[in-house]
Design a protein around this ligand. Sequence first.
Ligand code: B12
Ligand code: SF4
Length: 511
Amino acid sequence: MTATSRKTNYDRRGKKKVVLFFPTPAFGHYRIELGLAIAVIAAPLEGKYELHLVDERVTPNYEQEVLTNLDDAVCVGISSITGYQIKRGIEMARKVKALNPEIPIVWGGYHPSLFPEQCCQSEACDIVCVGQGDVTFPEIVETLAAGKAPEGVLGSVYWTAEGIVSNPVRPLVNINDVMPAPYHLLDVNRAIMLNQTQNHESIRTIEFHSSQGCPGKCGYCADAQLYQRHWTGLDADRVVREVSHIVKSYNLDQVNFSDANFFANQNRVKAICEGFINSGLKIRWVASARPDTFHRYKPEVLKLIRESGCKRIIVGAESATEPVLQLISKGATAEDHLKSAQTCRDYGIGGTFTFITGFPHAPGTQPEETTEDLLNFIEKVKKISPEIRTKIFVFTPYPGTPLYDLSVKYGMPEPLSLEEWADYNPATLKESVWVTPEERKKIEKINGFYYPFAYPDRNMQMKLNNGGLKKIPYHVLHSLAQARARHHYYDMPFEWMLFKTFKKQTFEPIA
Ligand code: B12
Ligand code: SF4
């Protein structure tokens, strides 16, 4: 379809439905994290419109659920981060347009926010909501329902036959002015059930978003583009109230905070922990922390963190080599990583430390840090506490970040359309990044098999110590994995191949 043959009609008077689609975000096997984005943008429309929130991973007959609700719809909204989610979003948009070419399709989320005009050039997208959708999306819907294109709606960019129109940006909305996330609009129980069966989760867990933004300036992170390095947290009493509500409503054992930087404000964390303890809330919780922040927390707050149920913190350590930490503007040192690992051990809080290999380096030069360097450093972390989980990611440059610009400077080809971005994901980018396919395979083995067996966490320890005869193969694998980890020798991985043949499971920590 060419731009001029588009039939989008922004006059949606008399239409009563709003359809929101959350495509599968990741290629391969991932834990389902609730599509909170489509719920929060729908909250102000509840009661005024018939809402259809469809999550490709969770909603049975998701395609039918979108396509049978088009006739009376104001618009179809699609949420997307960069990569595979775009691919799935485009496929759905094409089906929508094939059935009803007039219906406006609105895209939002990190990726469309970075490339609004480029997205609107695609036949799959008519309107982009740039940045937060909490106020912008309801305004787009109300404008269309009043029969007009979103002219003047701050934070929106839209296609017209005469050209793309970019409205001024909307100033950041304070998260405390946003309505509570309407979990009841999502099929939460089914998402929990799917996670339990597909990921062998024994407990009931969902996500809660308690703050937005981050003051950090890590060179690989997309957060700064959306939130301009501005951190705002929900007030502690609101966090306690809303978390208590979802825990009761869905009979939860655990809440995962999906904040970019949960620990940014120590006073707030202290008040949240006290609130959990004083209200008698018995849950486990998990959140992300910066390595330079966590070990600097006061001992009395660290005790409260533990007592209030913090089971695990996720620490983005990324590198342990000074020039690389400088390159990526991490604002933390290898010493910080080790001190945060010690803090986890001393206060009985679990830790998952993530690392990234394959940061860009100029053509013809050697990398400042190899996977081998990271493995050496990880050994130091494991010496502090073998129970600390570690995971190595292969670097993928995300647009809107300084390291993406550097990668392009060093020769990485740049996708130039929404359709080209659809194939941009860590699993398919094998050719263009700074890690060889062999190296990737080795990392996959270490993450998913050798480290979990060499350094067993509590779950694995139970398998090693209980289970009658079944424990024998686990013990054999444990000894083999330990020997390999000690010598960094991962060639001829016969036990891994054997294990993969009989068991499809991966033990990769889900951060
Ligand atoms: C949950 C999460 C995931 C989930 C689900 C992804 C998703 N689409 O939500 C999972 C686990 C699958 C995931 C995976 C990955 N993620 Co992730 N993830 C997050 C996280 C922690 C929270 C997102 C969230 O739920 N926020 C809460 C909601 C309410 O906010 P929101 O999503 O920003 O939505 C607001 C606006 O964007 C907008 N909006 C969003 N959708 C829509 C739709 C419409 C129609 C409209 C109008 C508006 C709108 O309105 C919302 C309310 O204001 C963010 C970091 C963060 N704290 O934001 C990273 C983040 C989104 N992830 C990111 C990345 C890079 C990844 C990975 C690629 C990491 C990796 N290396 O493996 C993988 C993808 C895997 C793969 N193989 O492709 C980046 C995205 C960068 C980018 N350019 O897109 C982020 C921003 C982290 C970062 N700081 O860099 N992730
Ligand atoms: S600390 Fe985390 S959220 Fe903050 S800038 Fe760095 S990577 Fe992004």
